[in-house]
Design a protein around this ligand. Structure first.
Ligand SMILES: [Zn+2]
Length: 132
């Protein structure tokens, strides 16, 4: 798809994310080297060079993405894809609200029980009007 060269704000945001990623990756590469974790170092190096070489075609900018979860360039694309995927469903909701629920982490074996209990507690709170 590429980035439209006429969209200045988009290009500025992209440049900012690139700088942030490169600064983060230099530090993380250093840490990976200290720990002797060369697989991780390779991923950080890939992210450092994410979108390093760009090609312009038909007024759009193209480059190779690293697709690593710690790359701010790739995360912004992933976020946009998720928003585009869920927004058509979410815009149909009558009274949407955002809520973050946190609990102490559990192991995979106990997860189904945790989710069931969590859902029950949340349902009770909704019924009592304690949420929303
Ligand atoms: Zn990337």
């Amino acid at each position: 798809m590429g980035t439209d060269l006429n969209e200045k704000e988009t290009l500025l945001g992209r440049a900012k994310r690139k700088v942030i990623t490169q600064i983060m990756m230099l530090k993380l590469i250093e840490i990976a080297e200290e720990n002797g974790d060369f697989d991780r170092k390779k991923s950080y190096v890939d992210s450092y060079y994410c979108q390093q070489e760009l090609v312009i075609a038909d007024g759009r900018l193209f480059g190779k993405y690293c697709r690593n979860r710690f790359c701010t360039l790739c995360c912004s694309i992933r976020k946009a894809e998720i928003i585009n995927k869920y927004y058509p469903v979410m815009k149909k909701w009558e009274d949407p609200f955002f809520l973050t629920l946190t609990v102490k982490s559990c192991n995979a074996h106990n997860l189904p029980r945790y989710i069931k209990k969590f859902t029950q507690v949340f349902q009770r709170k909704l019924e009592k009007g304690l949420v929303a």
